[in-house]
Design a protein. Sequence first.
Length: 226
Amino acid sequence: MSEHPEVDEPPRDGRSTRWDPHRRERRDRIIEAAIQAIEEHGPDVLTAQIAEKAGVPRTHVYRHFDGKPALDLAVSTHVAVEIARHIRAAFAEAGPAIGVIASAIDRHLAWVDEHPNLYRFLAQNAYAIRTPQGGAADAKAAFAAEITAITAQYLNALGLDTEPAERMIVGVVGLVDATASWWIGRRQPTRAAVAAELTDEVWLIIDRAAKQLGATLDPNASLPKI
């Protein structure tokens, strides 16, 4: 942030701005290359390996990012958006509440199963990388944000207080994330078995929270449209 906010930045002329689409394209290519390199080489991937995937000299990587933390943040943010979209799709499905929860959990575990090194990268950087808004750009943050927002909408549709949603989801997300981290290093029991156990445990948390708000939820009833 500038120490002199009252001073406006000089306007950029056409010779500078005309290269913006090219810069964005090159930047996006480096982010995608970083993701591929992490998937292949693990969370401690080297800049040289990212540059090789992107097809650019190593020195060119940091022409587009202000150091490794900036690149890590860009990768984490990009992946967090994809995870959020992935989870959101589960809640768009029709069906009983317990089925929707099961779908969301299974989708999350499926993503972790398919992208173990990327998940480790996100978990490893969860506390080291912060967004400009102060939040963590990682899998857990994306999962928490989506589940919290959707839960609040359902509570509102049911005429219940939405304020407890965030506190309740902290427990849900912590449970799911800790279990995913434990399972990814073992792959036993099966993903289906872990998802089923998590679904039961998450429902117990949600059901308890609802009862504290004076509501009784039926796991087999369809969720209200939001």
